[in-house]
Write a protein that binds this ligand. Structure first.
Ligand code: CTP
Length: 405
């Protein structure tokens, strides 16, 4: 993958979210990047240089002037030896320092002296984030070319605090880093692409639902890969536990009908890829109240009705995108079934996978697929889902290349 060999200088600011930067280091290193860390003195109140150094497998830099330290390489060299500088968590104080050109500690000196791209992942109390001073600093930094990821909305680590201020999740930061370091051409720029991903939940009553084992990993990584090639990606995601991919506009839905409505609203588009494991059936009329267990009455009889087929609807739509791609989850006769689906659903090609495959594709990290189109079948080897996503995104870019916008 293209983070391999990249050198990230990670500046860790002082905030509760500093614990997430430990995971960020792991995620970057497992993708082949090397990570060097600078910690502010406040950061060392939250996590220790020992744990950071254990994860980076490198010296951790903490002081601007450290004559004792034989490893002291100086702030200029720290910047020179990096491909990208990431500040996570970026505190209100670090933002203020850089916006105003301060350089009284190692972190701020590195930031002021660098000519490399800088990505900030702010994390702070929502009121600090909303403060006019922080807003001014962010606007200044953006004007100066600093990149931002987050902060996100949600629960804060402090109790009873919620709002905008949570640091982006490590994988979202990784996505933003990949995007910034990706110097490849953007063959999909100007293209709008819809992707569905994840399972759907079909309610039985307010507390119970029918679901499946889809994790959303394949659909989400495809959305991210298409975005890296420059596409304006609209991801319609069923309920998943993974983070929204970076650089993608995500709509969250629960049921198949909500997914269908969200997809229809997003038309027209240049391409649509249906990765979601949509429930084929739902209960005819979900109960408005929790179904009670009544002695002597036995279990309730669930009346099932068919859900709309979202792919087939778009495949035969008046506003059909130029390219329509389906997935086919099969446990038997993979090829024959995929070919039948191709015709029935009006797709240009079907990505067929054998979900009975040992290890289990659903929820797993790898996938072995066959690309089935009218012109034949292309079998791909067993690959990590991210790599299947990269190849598919490239295939979609190739198919769209000849179409004028
Ligand atoms: N699909 C969809 N809407 C549905 C069912 C499926 O959009 N209600 C899409 C999936 O996203 C996938 C493709 O159709 O791209 C095939 O899904 P799959 O579950 O394999 O096919 P089914 O139509 O459900 O056929 P079967 O259950 O008979 O295999």
């Amino acid at each position: 993958m293209f983070l391999s060999g990249k050198r990230i200088l990670l500046i860790i600011g002082g905030g509760i979210a500093a614990y997430k930067s430990l995971d960020l280091i792991r995620r970057l290193r497992e993708r082949g990047a090397s990570v060097r860390a600078v910690m502010t003195s406040a950061a060392q109140e939250f996590i220790t240089p020992l744990s950071v150094g254990a994860l980076t497998a490198d010296h951790v830099f903490t002081d601007l002037f450290d004559r004792q330290d034989e490893q002291d390489v100086g702030h200029i060299r720290l910047s020179r030896e990096a491909d990208l500088i990431v500040v996570a968590p970026a505190t209100a104080d670090l933002m203020a320092k850089l916006a105003n050109g301060h350089a009284n500690d190692l972190a701020s000196a590195v930031l002021l002296a660098t000519d490399k791209k800088v990505l900030m992942a702010p994390a702070m109390n929502p009121r600090m984030w909303a403060n006019p001073a922080t807003r001014r600093n962010r606007a200044t930094l953006e004007k100066d070319g600093i990149h931002f990821i987050g902060p996100m909305k949600g629960e804060m680590a402090e109790s009873n605090e919620a709002g905008e201020g949570r640091m982006a999740e490590p994988l979202q930061i990784v996505g933003a880093i990949e995007e910034l370091l990706d110097a490849r051409p953007k063959p999909l720029s100007g293209r709008k692409i819809i992707v569905t991903s994840g399972p759907t939940h079909e309610p039985i009553d307010p507390v119970r639902y029918i679901a499946n084992r889809s994790s959303g990993k394949q659909g989400h990584s495809l959305a991210a890969a298409l975005a890296r090639l420059g596409a304006d990606v609209r991801l319609v995601s069923g309920p998943v536990t993974i983070a929204d991919p970076a650089g993608v506009k995500t709509v969250h839905v629960e049921s198949a009908r909500e997914m269908r409505d969200a997809v229809e609203q997003l038309l027209p588009a240049d391409a649509a890829v249906f990765v979601a494991a949509v429930a084929d059936w739902r209960t005819d009329n979900a109960a408005g109240e929790k179904i009670k267990k009544v002695a002597g009455e036995g279990p309730p009889a669930l009346q099932m009705v068919e859900n709309p087929d979202i792919l087939a609807g778009v495949g035969h739509h008046a506003k059909r995108p130029y390219l329509v791609v389906g997935f086919a989850a099969e446990t038997q006769d993979v090829l024959k079934n995929a070919q039948a689906k191709l015709a029935r659903k009006g797709a240009d090609f079907i990505v067929a996978n054998d979900v009975s495959h040992e290890g289990g594709v659903m929820g797993g990290d790898r996938n072995r697929v066959k690309i089935v189109s009218k012109s034949g079948v292309d079998e791909w080897p067993d690959l990590p889902k991210e790599e299947v996503a990269e190849r598919l995104a490239q295939l979609i870019a190739d198919r769209l290349r000849t179409v004028t916008v």
